[in-house]
Design a protein around this ligand. Structure first.
Ligand code: MN
Length: 248
């Protein structure tokens, strides 16, 4: 692939406030390097974008990002989506929230969907893809009857549980697998599915582990972290996503 052929992949970052070594309040953008590493290994150019320190995301910035973006990776992190976005009251175990990040990610998701640009939504990103399309979340695993362990104690490079992949789904076409071993580091799960979405993988306890758009060429959400796993099926997710971004 020629360097100029590399699709530009916007990867969303979180913000972390802290007190610096001089005692001043400061904010860093935070994101695992693995998202960018797997994007570039698959042939994309990783462009990390975080929220600006204003409460509103300027529309001119979004428009410019939209023109630049060939594909979007919505990432996850140690935060939850504000329940007001799906008309729910916060559960005591919900949070912390990062409203500015979520607002930026929502705007980017809507832009990518409306312009048919590929979207890979990972962990909290998958939950937001569902919410963006009118779906809801269950705010803590304690609300489920007999959940599997979805907050695995072992490293993310190792599986936490298995999932069954839906036949004739995009995820099945990508992974060529009926079953996948996936890592699991989430305490919230999808409740009601959003519109124009379908389930593409499910765990044995009924937890929805992957979703995809029924009318967009490539809008895939996975509840696990494929960027942290080395199995060929997980690498294939990034390769197919970059190929879809390349075709545009
Ligand atoms: Mn899980």
């Amino acid at each position: 692939m020629q360097p100029t052929d590399r699709p530009s992949i916007v990867i969303t970052a979180g913000s972390k406030g802290f007190i610096d070594s001089r005692g001043s309040p400061a904010t860093d953008w935070v994101i695992s390097e693995l998202y960018a590493a797997k994007t570039e290994k698959a042939g994309g150019l990783a462009l990390v974008v975080g929220a600006l320190p204003k409460s509103e995301t300027p529309s001119a910035r979004l428009e410019a990002l939209g023109q630049l973006m060939d594909g979007l990776i919505v990432t996850g992190g140690a935060f939850d989506i504000p329940p007001s976005l799906y008309n729910a009251k916060p559960h005591p175990k919900s949070g912390p929230f990062d409203a500015q990040r979520t607002s930026l990610e929502l705007a980017l998701i809507k832009q990518a969907l409306s312009t048919d640009k590929p979207v890979l939504a990972i962990c909290g990103g998958m939950q937001l893809l569902n919410v963006a399309l009118g779906g809801t979340l269950i705010q803590d695993l304690s609300l489920l009857e007999a959940p599997l362990c979805h907050e695995q104690p072992n490293p993310r490079s190792e599986p936490g549980h298995g999932v069954s992949v839906t036949h004739n789904s995009l995820l099945h076409a990508i992974t060529q697998s009926d079953e996948l071993e996936v890592n699991s580091t989430h305490h919230q799960v999808i409740g009601e599915l959003g519109s124009e979405l379908r389930v593409s993988a499910i765990a044995s306890d009924g937890v929805i582990e992957a979703i995809e758009s029924t009318n967009h060429p490539f809008a895939l959400g996975v509840q696990w972290h494929p960027e942290a796993m080395e199995a060929p099926e997980q690498t294939a997710i990034f390769e197919h996503f970059i190929q879809a971004a390349q075709k545009r």
